[in-house]
Design a protein around this ligand. Structure first.
Ligand code: LLP
Length: 432
């Protein structure tokens, strides 16, 4: 059983992705190579849109958290699919604008937007700011005034939920750089202050509990806590939010032992809890927003590498080195992230060779995956790392002056370059 339905093995024993022979793609484009399955991205977007409309109500809006994969073609796809987005920097805004994406749909996140970014976003008529702190309220208000505009905002509230996910990607805890916490009493004050600004229009609340979360109950807890908060604020000062943004975070299956979340049924559960909660509180249901990133693009991605050196350290491990590494996928180095690795040349051969897959950087932590079983590799074989569509290209670096791989999109019989391979010339582009 493959971990996602866009992965298979053909008659030659080669791994296929989105119906295409990965060895042919590796030959055509070289390695390392990021592949993206365009159909899968569109399918996920449509799943979110229809499930949210059905279970949260017609005015609910899914936003693609574009930090998961940010390049021009992603925003073109979002535009074609009429999908809203969240952005976290002038760079993401600029990329979206550069393909004519209308950012009046976009939500601008971040705990420390610079004044230049705030100014750039307002100039380009960003839809909404998700304001993280009182000092940001001041900055956005000042800039909106300067530009003669009234800026719609949401407030980032910390519900205080421990998601049991990796500590580095859990963001709903009280002690976090993000948002203002309910339990400390600061969140209420945040609302009171926000509604007083002349150039700001407070339209709702936002929370994000963390990433790679598998449990519907975590999101139901968030609904519970956030609606209780909305209720308390309403009673105290009469303010009622139009929008409630529940953030992103749905987990994806990187390895067979992980669950495969059914997006629609999870949203159905959360939607039912929301309806019940609002009835209990006697409040109208706010318009619900969600911001999936990983679960839209992760399994739409695969990375191909070529095997270089293979060596055994006696009494220890087999090391298989590939022509990429932490520069194109830093997630094991950062989070001990799990991945499924396959030898794409002999995808149907028994996976009996235990090894650690390492990159080519001058760094011992440059590991893609530790202690995996694959079909015994030889120099020149193509290795595939599955489910790399989220937070791989978008987190890639040029450490050791290694050029970043290209992103090639697969769409039916068509394959096309969405991001070119960096050249050595690109590496020195900004050097004086
Ligand atoms: N909304 C907000 C405010 C966020 O901070 C994030 C992710 C998302 C939405 C999207 O979450 P997702 O659906 O992708 O889980 N680089 C890490 C993940 C960091 C996530 C940061 N925020 C990783 O590679 O696992």
């Amino acid at each position: 059983m493959q971990i996602c339905n866009n992965i298979d093995i053909n008659g030659k024993g080669h791994l296929t992705f989105a119906g295409r022979d990965t060895l042919e793609l590796a030959k055509k484009y070289g390695t390392p190579l990021y592949l993206m399955d365009e159909g899968k991205i569109r399918e996920k977007i449509r799943t979110y849109k229809s499930a949210m409309e059905r279970y949260f109500g017609e005015e609910s809006i899914p936003l693609f958290a574009s930090k998961a994969a940010s390049f021009k073609q992603i925003y073109r796809i979002a535009k074609e699919e009429d999908m809203s987005i969240d952005v976290v920097s002038a760079g993401e805004i600029y990329t979206a604008l550069s393909v004519g994406y209308d950012i009046s749909n976009a939500f601008f996140h971040g705990n420390n937007k610079t004044i230049d970014e705030i100014s750039f976003a307002i100039e380009n008529n960003i839809g909404y700011f998700v304001v993280d702190s009182v000092s940001e309220l001041d900055m956005v208000d000042r800039e909106a005034e300067r530009q003669g505009k009234k800026q719609k905002i949401l407030l980032r509230i910390t519900p205080g939920i421990d998601t049991h996910t990796n500590k580095k990607i859990a963001t709903g805890n009280v002690d976090s750089k993000f948002g203002m916490a309910i339990v400390t009493g600061q969140a209420v004050d945040f609302v009171k202050v926000a509604i007083g600004y002349k150039n700001l229009d407070l339209v709702g609340y936002h929370c994000h509990v963390g990433s790679q979360v598998f449990d519907a109950s975590t999101f139901i807890d968030a609904v519970d806590i956030m609606m209780d908060f909305a209720y308390a604020v309403k009673n105290e000062i009469g303010y009622v939010p139009e929008y409630m943004n529940l953030g992103g975070g749905f987990g994806v299956r990187y390895v067979a032992s992980q669950a495969d979340i059914d997006i629609a049924s999870t949203i159905r559960e959360v939607g039912a809890a929301l309806t019940q909660k609002c009835q209990e509180l006697g409040m109208e249901k706010p318009k619900i927003l969600m911001e999936p990133g990983r679960s839209i693009v992760a399994d739409a991605g695969m990375t191909l590498y070529t095997v270089g050196t293979v060596k055994k350290i006696t009494n220890f491990k087999n090391y298989v080195a590939i022509d990429g590494g932490m520069t194109d996928n830093p997630r094991f180095a950062l989070y001990d992230a799990e991945y499924t690795v396959m030898n794409a040349v002999k995808a149907d051969a028994p996976k009996l060779y235990r090894c650690t897959i390492v990159g080519k950087c001058c760094e011992s932590g440059d590991i893609i995956q530790e202690d995996v079983h694959i079909a015994k590799p030889e120099e020149g074989d193509i290795l595939a790392v599955l489910t790399t569509g989220a937070y791989n290209y978008s987190m890639a670096s040029n450490y050791n002056r290694i050029p970043r791989p290209p992103v090639v999109m697969l769409a039916g019989d068509r394959d096309y370059v969405a991001v070119k391979r960096e050249t050595l010339e690109d590496i020195v582009r900004n050097d004086i």
